[in-house]
Design a protein around this ligand. Sequence first.
Ligand code: NDP
Ligand code: KPL
Length: 283
Amino acid sequence: MYAAHFAAGGLTTWLVARGDRAERLRSPGLSVNGVPVAAEVVDPAGTVTTGPADLVVIAVKHHQLAEAIEEVAPLVGERTTFLSVLNGLDSEEAIARRYGAERVLLCIALAMDAQRDGTSITYRQAGRLAIGTGGGLGTAERLVAVQVALDRAGLAWEAPADMRHEMWWKFMVNVGINQASAVIRAPYGRFRSEGPARSLMLALMAEVIAVAGAEGIDLGPADLDTWHKVLAGQPPQGLTSMYQDVLAGRPTEVGIFAGRVVALGARHAIPTPYNQAMAWILP
Ligand SMILES: NC(=O)C1=CN([C@@H]2O[C@H](COP(=O)(O)OP(=O)(O)OC[C@H]3O[C@@H](n4cnc5c(N)ncnc54)[C@H](OP(=O)(O)O)[C@@H]3O)[C@@H](O)[C@H]2O)C=CC1
Ligand SMILES: CC(C)(CO)C(=O)C(=O)O
């Protein structure tokens, strides 16, 4: 979805992929809402004559991150800045360890409803990206350059004052709705009214709020209200990325959600039974 926006905005766009994956991106090719994406496929296993890229967007699942970080190497130069739309709290640090902290902005993807079937993507809401610097990551100059690129691509962005809080808010959301939707097998609509689905989502989120407090992050009722407003805008039949993974038989990101909450609970002696159950149940 992001590649389609960049290409349509007139920015030279490359899809980085190796082997069979590169072949699938060439044929049948990547399509977004039925429109083929005008982006060249770059296979880093071959001779790469393009680049360096001004911006690298990493949009893979967490278990694919380490490989993706290495595969983009031929396109990385001094001016290259990274955005990671991965959920969870860790991907920016992983990229920073490989390419340097100043090259990586903090980023989360909000309120999007993309669904994928092979190389065909459909979405109604592109949502928005929250981007920023913090914790030694990124620079103000790179942040502005990326904002200009996102404007050209027609992608909505915001730059919250407290990006760390924003990352934890998104973590709370993912721990709650992604995991609850994946085990109950329910679309967004089921979480809007009282019932077991919503109760499980809120119980999982309450454990995040507890461990966040112990980590010095102030999450609370106002953050839950913000989520309820976002949820009200999601299509009732839409599916979280984790529920899509379960339906497609793909591994889930449970390790960076429940796994992380359980580990933080152990560190701070805070019980996290709901997340422990998710870690036992989800593949
Ligand atoms: N979908 C959503 O609504 C949202 C998702 N997110 C987060 O964004 C991240 C991506 O999620 P999502 O888009 O749903 O994931 P998908 O699994 O739908 O897409 C990931 C894509 O990356 C490709 N890929 C994997 N490894 C590589 C690699 N080494 N080189 C090139 N391409 C690769 C995969 O190809 P292949 O199929 O061949 O393996 C696949 O097409 C996750 O962390 C998710 O939690 C955040 C907000 C919303
Ligand atoms: C917030 C939500 C549920 C949709 O944007 C998401 O991040 C996901 O599906 O992974």
